[in-house]
Ligand binder design. Structure first.
Ligand code: GUN
Length: 294
């Protein structure tokens, strides 16, 4: 039987609607308008598309959106000065510096400069450390989206065998921590792992986040496994255009998996929706309000 297709578009739209309801409530009850500042350095076309989408969706949820575009040759000092200004700005509750930064800028120093209370990317060492320690933290958006998509299929992940392929700070590592919090048994695999295929075969939950087109093949999967494909790879087509593919060979996997996310229309949709969730949560925490219902 073909796998159930996990529709990230529908699930993200539901989540955005729940965020918008809560934003309307905190506005009505507490006169609080959550605000998100996005900083884009340079003009990478893919980053520009993401930033535009963040701006539109933030406004659609009823929040304030502040866009800051800086030239690719901005100095480290000027970028840090902008972050410091946003840290002080009381209308800003979430700060996101779009990555990757152009060469010559020190990403670690920029991330470290963001107020952890406004770190809606969950990349600051305070948040990454809190998450790893099992404490409450702002968590990176893509891993949060992966968990929500998984839970659309499995009410509980307790005791399930999960494999996370990829160990980036933005996806793989925080995803491992979130899966542990869900009481899954987690394997983290990467480019040096031996017998990746054998490791994947044991997994009930497969998270592919390596950035290699269709690397995970259908016959690697345990029949019935849930597959969450985080990859977004552009590959050339015969007509000179490009098409998007994931890190999983989708057509092959459809025949073996129990459920799978498509690319596009899967995880990608969830990242911005979770960014809105984090901005709302950060705004409530900074204002000393109870946690929102989303
Ligand atoms: N670039 C691609 N994804 C992300 C993300 O989630 N956050 C940031 N800051 N940059 C990204």
């Amino acid at each position: 039987m073909a796998a159930k297709i996990i529709d990230g578009k529908v699930i993200a739209a539901e989540l955005r609607a729940r965020v918008a309801d809560e934003v309307a409530r905190v506005k009505r009850e507490h006169n609080l308008v959550p605000g998100l500042a996005v900083v884009l350095v340079g003009s990478d076309p893919a980053s520009e598309v993401y930033v535009r989408s963040k701006h539109t969706q933030t406004q659609a949820a009823g929040m304030a959106s502040f866009e800051h575009k800086l030239p690719a040759d901005v100095s480290q000092a000027d970028l840090l000065a902008l972050v410091a200004k946003l840290n002080r700005d009381t209308t800003v509750h979430g700060i996101l510096v779009q990555l990757p930064l152009p060469k010559g800028l020190n990403t670690e120093a920029v991330v470290n400069a963001i107020d952890p209370a406004k770190d809606v990317d969950g990349l600051h060492p305070n948040n990454a450390g809190r998450l790893a320690g099992g404490f409450e933290a702002l968590s990176p958006c893509t891993p949060l989206g992966c968990i929500i998509l998984t839970k659309s299929v499995h009410a509980s992940l307790e005791g399930m065998n999960a494999i996370v392929i990829g160990r980036s700070n933005l996806v793989g590592r925080p995803l491992v921590q979130l899966l542990l919090n869900e009481n899954a048994t987690v394997t983290i695999a990467h480019s040096r792992s031996r017998d990746l295929q054998g490791l994947v075969k044991r997994a009930d939950l497969v998270y592919a986040a390596v950035g290699k087109s269709e690397m995970v093949r259908g016959d690697w999967l345990k029949p019935g496994a849930t597959v969450i494909d985080v990859g977004i790879n552009r590959i050339p087509k015969d007509d000179g255009k490009t098409r998007l593919v994931g890190d999983v060979a989708y057509q092959e996997a459809l025949a073996v998996a129990g459920a799978i996310t498509p690319v596009p229309g899967g995880v990608g949709q969830m990242t911005v929706a979770c960014l809105l969730v984090n901005t709302l949560r950060a705004a409530c925490a900074i204002a000393g309000l109870p946690k929102p219902a989303v």
